[in-house]
Design a protein around this ligand. Structure first.
Ligand SMILES: Cc1ncc(COP(=O)(O)O)c(C=O)c1O
Length: 403
């Protein structure tokens, strides 16, 4: 039996049946490439769902991890460590926000932010000031609080009752936003670019209307930048790309480039309502993850990677646009920088399977959207090889569709 088959059989027997995995078992990676257990090389345009922004086995990341594990991995939040404050300082300086909390995942960052805005709401308007306005088609994570903010029935069904007090409005619908707002609202939460929802951007006008509505109602504006933040738009924070500053921003995925880590950053006005005992975590903000996150931020600067994301991202957009102009089944190119998508009029699964077979790793979301979350190391030549494969697959799919 092959090693691949052994791995699959063991997982099928012993793992909770949560993941419909693609038929590839990864053994290692280097730069923008991954290698499976048989040694086949794949161009990685997905970076572990937006995590591996520095590709794989970046020498500086390997070096700091080696150094730090030999010193200390974990100390708990009962004690100070050298790196948590440094990372908070760096993120606050870069974002203009005041305070940071470190978690272990995106969903946990959302949970913490939710507790923060509820506490702030209660302090200002009593227990009734607890409503959160969220968007249809959103995705904020799988834990119960994050799920309650997630505006997609398919993720929520089977798990009722949800956390109370969430109102949903359609993205970019300013009228519906205004109708949902009143003094009982403690926060508006949204992804500036919906990721799992198919790379759908909020308009700057809508974001400005959210900013104003939050201010008028003494509510917090929370941006979930877990997928679109930390450099993916070509700016460190997606809100800097849109020019609207939130009160709270949630980040995660590439923060510690593969070590589990998330965070929310908040303005003091809201942050002051969390005091010792109200929130916490055993693992969050440990010295290893914080040191790696600091190294990640340093590498972004030293290698001028955000400039590369903007340049290569613009080239990628242009190439996706050409596919839209060439193929009837490719209906729209969306996104920016290292968060892009090609909307199809047909199911994306056959294209994804074809891409895997051609050793190109991509993803499909919302059934008909090809999603690309490449590492920031991507260069024009990688875009060209990816587009060459996509072109061939789209040509075949279009022939099939036209019968
Ligand atoms: C926008 C957004 N929010 C929250 C999450 C949840 O993050 P995690 O899977 O780290 O819990 C995700 C994950 O994909 C996400 O894309």
């Amino acid at each position: 039996m092959s090693l691949y088959q052994e791995i699959v059989d063991r997982e099928q027997k012993y793992l909770l049946n949560t993941y419909a995995r693609y038929p590839i078992a990864i053994a290692r990676g280097k730069g923008v490439y991954l290698y499976d257990v048989e040694g086949k090389r794949y161009l990685d345009l997905l970076s572990g769902l937006g995590v591996n922004a520095l590709g794989h086995a970046h020498p500086r990341i390997v070096k700091v991890i080696r150094e730090q594990v030999a010193k200390v991995i974990h100390v708990s939040n009962l004690y100070y460590n050298e790196y948590q404050g440094l990372l908070a300082e760096k993120l606050c300086t870069k974002s203009g926000l005041d305070r940071a909390f470190f978690s272990n995942s995106g969903a946990e960052a959302i949970e913490g932010a939710l507790k923060l805005v509820r506490a702030a709401g209660h302090a200002v308007g009593g227990a009734e000031k607890c409503i959160v306005v969220a968007l249809d088609n959103s995705f904020h994570g799988r834990t119960m609080g994050a799920l309650a903010l997630t505006g997609q029935a398919k993720y929520r069904r089977d798990f009722d009752p949800m956390l109370e007090g969430v109102r949903f409005v359609p993205r970019n619908d300013i009228q519906a936003l205004h109708a949902a707002m009143d003094g009982s609202v403690c926060a508006i939460v949204l992804e500036p670019i919906q990721g799992e929802g198919g790379i759908q951007e909020s308009s700057p006008e809508f974001l400005r209307a959210c900013r104003a509505a939050a201010d008028q109602n003494q509510a917090a504006l929370i941006f979930d930048e877990i997928q679109c933040g930390m450099g993916r738009t070509g700016q460190l924070f997606a809100f800097q790309h849109f020019g609207v500053t939130p009160d709270v921003v949630c980040i995660a995925k590439p923060m510690a480039v593969g070590l589990p880590m998330g965070s929310f950053l908040a303005r003091d006005h809201f942050a002051q309502h969390i005091t010792p005992g109200k929130h916490g975590t055993t693992f969050g903000g440990g010295p290893l993850a914080c040191r790696v996150a600091l190294e990640y931020l340093a590498i972004l600067e030293d290698e001028n990677l955000l400039e590369q994301v903007r340049r290569v991202g613009a080239y990628f957009t242009q190439k996706l646009q050409e596919l839209v102009e060439t193929f009837e089944i490719a209906v729209e190119a969306r996104g920016v920088g290292a968060i892009q998508a090609l909307q199809l009029s047909v199911p994306g699964k056959p294209i994804l399977e074809g891409a895997d077979a051609n050793r190109l790793l991509i993803n499909v979301t919302q059934d008909t959207v090809l999603r690309f979350l490449p590492p920031f190391l991507l260069q024009e030549k990688h875009v060209e090889s990816a587009v060459r494969i996509l072109r061939k697959l789209l040509r075949d799919a279009q022939k099939q569709t036209n019968g």
